[in-house]
Design a protein around this ligand. Structure first.
Ligand code: PMP
Ligand code: GLN
Length: 406
């Protein structure tokens, strides 16, 4: 592990170029750039083809141009009151979680900043942080920046259920944090209330803080219920939850996020957050508040559309000979490439984008370097396809894949 902070962060997320001693863009950006260069269809980075609800975009535009407010000057660092009220009302309406908007909701610039601030607040230097693997890239970067060590518990196909016994074995008195992500990117697993309860109990016993990344909370399929960490017994003084506007409203560029939890934990996260960005665009906070107060049917509509796309891509991938695993939520399907090739998913992805004209993300980009060194590790043969795209785009991509693989 390199010693300077920038290099530690980069290496922690597999974005450190050792030879050049330089930083590579994230795997998402690299895949998007490779797809553009090869004029390929990009099923890599998870963003929808559409533009998000028109009425929310109109609310943001109105907020910028109207003299009625919010103004275009600095909003409060912890977020506009209207946004904090809306987050609290949303948690109450959807999950029966009661939060004091003055002290238990912290606005962040996207979930990414909420994750960074939470990890930098609670991951003690030289401690261990435990996460399920594969993980979201920013976890690896921030744990390394904090000077802690990331330990992982693998999620295994076909169900990718969290291995509670494995987690119990991985958590020790050195563990400062447990990082959760449910619904999970990239596997699409939705952790059950029982699993969440056991995870929180393990954290409490170790005196560790749980950070639960819930950005896919409104993208569950077949009526799979999302269990927010704060609904679990014992989580009140143990866990913070992170979510954002991006995935819930198909507005990934807005970067409005929030951290919720006890007044004391949220106050501690503020200690870092207010010196990362202090705050950001009030117009987007304002418009996000409108959406959270009343989604006007968007959540249900979006779920239905995504579930249809999931089903189409599941059968399309199966027809190509790849072995896809059915996700219960989110934007992504993982497929086992070893059904059609001896190559790793990273090698196969490089060929796909060049020759088949389809960009996808190898799961190994979202694992520890030591995992990538294990030729028998199943995670090295999984490729992630995003299906948050128009039907016509997905059909073309599936047809290209089918032709090339055959
Ligand atoms: N966590 C996970 C699991 C994600 O997939 C993403 C991407 N939406 C984020 C965090 C980052 O969210 P945001 O764009 O709100 O920063
Ligand atoms: N969350 C998106 C994904 O998993 C990417 C976000 C990003 O580009 N940082 O694909």
């Amino acid at each position: 592990m390199p010693s300077l902070p920038w290099a530690r962060a980069a290496a922690g997320a597999n974005t450190y170029d050792h030879a050049a001693e330089a930083v590579l863009p994230t795997v998402y950006e690299r895949t998007t750039a490779a797809a553009m260069k090869a004029e390929a269809i990009n099923l890599g980075q998870g963003f929808p083809d559409g533009e998000g609800p028109q009425w929310m975009r109109a609310a943001a535009a109105e907020a910028i141009t109207s003299d009625a407010g919010p103004t275009n000057q600095y909003p409060p660092g912890i977020g506009l009151p209207v946004l904090r009220d809306a987050v609290a009302a949303h948690q109450e309406a959807h999950y029966g979680i009661t939060l004091d908007p003055a002290h238990q909701v912290l606005f962040t610039t996207g979930a990414t900043e909420g994750i960074a601030a939470s990890i930098l607040s609670f991951a003690e230097p030289s401690s261990e942080v435990v996460a399920f693997e594969p993980w979201y890239d920013s976890y690896g970067a921030m744990v390394a920046l904090a000077g802690a060590e990331l330990r992982t518990v693998p999620l295994e196909a076909p169900e990718f259920r969290p291995d509670i016994a494995g987690l119990r074995a991985a958590v020790t008195e050195r563990t400062s944090m447990i990082l959760l992500n449910s619904p999970h990117n990239p596997t699409g697993a939705v952790f059950t209330a029982e699993e969440m309860t056991e995870i929180v109990a393990i954290a409490r016993q170790a005196g560790a803080v749980v950070m639960s990344d819930e950005v896919y909370e409104h993208l569950t399929f077949d009526a799979a219920p999302h269990t927010p960490v704060l609904s679990v017994p014992g989580a009140e003084d143990t866990a913070v939850a992170v979510s954002s506007v991006g995935k819930s409203f198909s507005l990934t560029g807005w970067k409005v996020g929030w951290v919720t939890g006890s007044a004391s934990l949220v106050n501690r996260v503020r200690g870092v957050k207010q010196f990362l960005s202090f705050t950001s665009a009030p117009a987007y906070q304002w418009a996000t508040a409108q959406g959270l107060e009343d989604d006007r049917g968007f959540f249900a509509e979006n779920q239905q559309q995504l579930q249809g796309a999931r089903d189409m891509v599941m059968s399309g991938l199966t027809a190509t000979g790849l072995r896809p695993f059915r996700p219960a939520a989110g934007y992504f399907i993982l497929a086992d490439v070893s059904a059609v090739t001896d190559k790793t998913a990273a090698e196969f992805a490089a060929e796909l984008v060049e020759h088949a004209g389809v960009g996808a993300i190898p799961v190994s980009a979202l694992t520890l370097p030591s995992t990538q060194q294990e030729p028998d590790n199943a995670l090295n043969y999984l490729l992630r396809f995003a299906f948050c795209k128009d039907d016509e785009v997905l059909e073309r991509a599936l047809s290209r894949l089918g032709k090339w693989i055959r």
